[in-house]
Design a protein around this ligand. Structure first.
Ligand SMILES: Nc1ncnc2c1ncn2[C@@H]1O[C@H](COP(=O)(O)OP(=O)(O)OP(=O)(O)O)[C@@H](O)[C@H]1O
Length: 535
């Protein structure tokens, strides 16, 4: 790494200056002549459509990419980073969306791992963690086991890890995507505290109302370049959306019930056990009917993933049964379930949704390898899969140079659009949709909601799991809260607020008259295991 002082003197006015940054990938200019300046002690938000170039830019600032053109100054000093450790040495830290923490280690061990030279691994390290935690109001206990912590606490540990390495500027990539409203409020309090202590925060988000509530300045990126700098005090979410996509801000709203009496999927007392034999899905009974979207709200880790995996044949139910159109599918393998007309938008698109190293058109075949247009007779139908991939790219506005690039080269939101296109193309009669619009920009979000609405009107039954409570409330005909593997509360999507739902998700109940408790017991401690705390 090399660094040269700029002509402006050692203490430049900006924490970070990005000047004329251009970054090309084969067939794509991801960033083109980007200019951003970030004042120290501020929160700076970066917004833009999927594939606009936000992550690329942040990875460049964090030393993961080298810009083809342009330069970076940190506190007035021009820098050239060759790796993240160069960036860290210059006080730049990054918290990724997927946490990189080891569950079986303590907070202290996670924080010091890889940074042992700073304060050792013992008393000094613990004291430093306590000091940082107190200074920035993070409330992190160094001796807690990671697996005992909820999502919000884990994120605070990630932030602490970055502070421990001496970060003065912290980059957060879509930090609120996995949080419930209360946790978002806590995170924003944390960010304000960091700011008060003179640190600088840069964060990427698709949630424009949140951006407006916490940012001091907003940069809008469109098609790889900076198109505007907005002042949150004088800008509305609608104006931001227009700057980003030239369109209106979408609202996820269904109404006009299309629910019929015809049961498509029926779960009867389904219980799934963890590897230690503990129920992670606990006696779930539920019907989903033609034309109905059933939403499941829950803090991550309360059994929703396992429930989905049981329905999709990826995990065995220890007891209970699952029926599709009256036929028992409890022990069917995944492929057979898919062939029976079940679509699947997975929670983790990298593990279950895509082969990242394979070209996009081959990903059209994934999970659909026994059906048209992927096959003709016993053979893979290459031209059929290719033609259909082209159609998905056009219809679902997947931004990609062509269908031969590997899936990994697409931005996260564009990967998601492709998966949704693929799953909807098979015209399922039952769809499992886990976080269908996670990481998707406002324009694409409204398109996805519209597609779900249309399919529902045509008779599709949907199980919707989402961390986006507005989406759940807006899209669901029926809405359940899952806590420690049990459906504990049914909320009325026509009247429940995100705050009430968030409260029910943490076990505190809805606090209103719009709900009833399911299974005859209170929301708290339904399986007598209080220690897990809904995390
Ligand atoms: N490693 C790579 N190889 C090739 N192309 C890439 C690579 N990384 C990103 N791109 C392309 O660069 C463009 C910008 O992608 P980037 O991930 O920065 O967008 P983004 O604004 O973060 O999108 P999202 O909101 O969907 O996460 C996209 O067209 C993407 O396909």
């Amino acid at each position: 790494m090399s660094s040269t002082p700029s002509g402006e003197g050692a203490a430049g006015p900006f924490a970070v200056e990005l000047r004329g940054i251009t970054k090309r990938f084969p067939g794509v200019v991801a960033n083109h002549d980007i200019d951003i300046t970030v004042a120290p002690g501020t929160v700076h938000a970066i917004v833009g459509e999927n594939g606009a170039g936000k992550s690329t830019l942040m990875k460049t600032l964090y030393g993961m990419h080298r810009p083809d053109e342009g330069h970076i100054r940190i506190r007035g000093e021009e820098v050239r980073f060759h790796s993240p450790s160069d960036a860290i040495r210059h006080g730049i830290g990054m918290v990724h969306q997927h946490f990189m923490l080891a569950d079986n280690l303590t907070v202290l061990e996670n924080v010091v791992l890889g940074a042992e030279r700073r304060h050792g691994i013992g008393r000094r390290a613990r004291a430093r963690i306590q000091e940082l935690s107190a200074q920035y109001g993070l409330g992190v206990d160094p001796d807690r086991l990671m697996e005992e912590l909820g999502v919000g606490d884990r994120q605070r540990v990630e932030i602490l890890k970055v502070l421990y390495r001496g970060a003065e500027t912290i980059i957060l990539d879509e930090p609120t995507a996995v949080l419930v409203p209360q946790e978002v409020d806590e995170l924003f309090d944390n960010l304000r505290e960091l700011k008060r202590e003179g640190l600088t925060v840069i964060f990427i988000s698709h949630k424009l109302d949140e951006v407006l509530s916490v940012a001091d300045e907003i940069t809008v990126i469109r098609r790889g370049t900076t198109v505007a700098t907005a002042d949150p005090r004088t800008t509305t979410a609608r104006e931001l959306a227009t700057l980003m996509v030239g369109g209106e801000l979408p609202v996820p709203e269904l109404r006009e019930s299309t629910v019929t009496d015809h049961v498509i999927l029926s779960l009867n007392g389904v219980t799934v056990l963890s590897s230690e034999g503990r129920p992670v899905v606990d006696d779930v009974t539920l019907d989903i009917r033609r034309g109905e979207i059933v939403g499941i709200a829950g803090v991550e880790g309360n059994g929703q993933s396992e429930l989905i995996e049981a329905i999709m044949g990826m995990r065995r139910a220890a007891s209970g049964s699952i029926a599709l159109e009256g036929q028992d599918i409890t022990d069917w393998p995944t492929l057979r379930i898919r062939e029976a007309g079940v679509g699947y938008i997975p929670e983790d698109r990298h593990r279950h949704g895509m082969l990242l190293d394979s070209p996009l058109w081959e990903n059209r075949i994934l999970g659909h390898q026994t059906r048209e247009p992927s096959v003709r007779g016993p053979w893979i139908n290459r031209s059929g899969a290719r033609a259909d991939s082209e159609r998905i790219v056009t219809e679902y506005d997947v931004r990609t140079p062509n269908i031969d690039v590997i899936a990994d080269a697409l931005s996260g939101g564009n990967q998601q659009k492709f998966i949704i296109g693929r799953e909807m193309s098979a015209q399922p009669h039952f769809l499992v949709a886990a976080h269908p619009t996670r990481g998707v920009d406002v324009g694409a979000q409204s398109a996805i909601w519209e597609q779900l609405r249309e399919a529902r009107a045509a008779g599709l039954a949907v199980l919707l799991v989402s961390a986006d409570l507005d989406e759940l409330i807006g899209m669901s005909d029926t809405l359940h809260v899952i806590l420690r593997g049990r459906l504990v509360t049914e909320a009325d999507p026509n009247s429940v607020t995100p705050e009430q739902l968030g409260s029910a998700m943490t076990g505190a109940g809805l606090g209103g008259a719009d709900a009833h408790t399911e299974g005859g017991s209170g929301a708290e401690g339904t399986n007598g295991n209080e220690s897990e705390g809904g995390a």
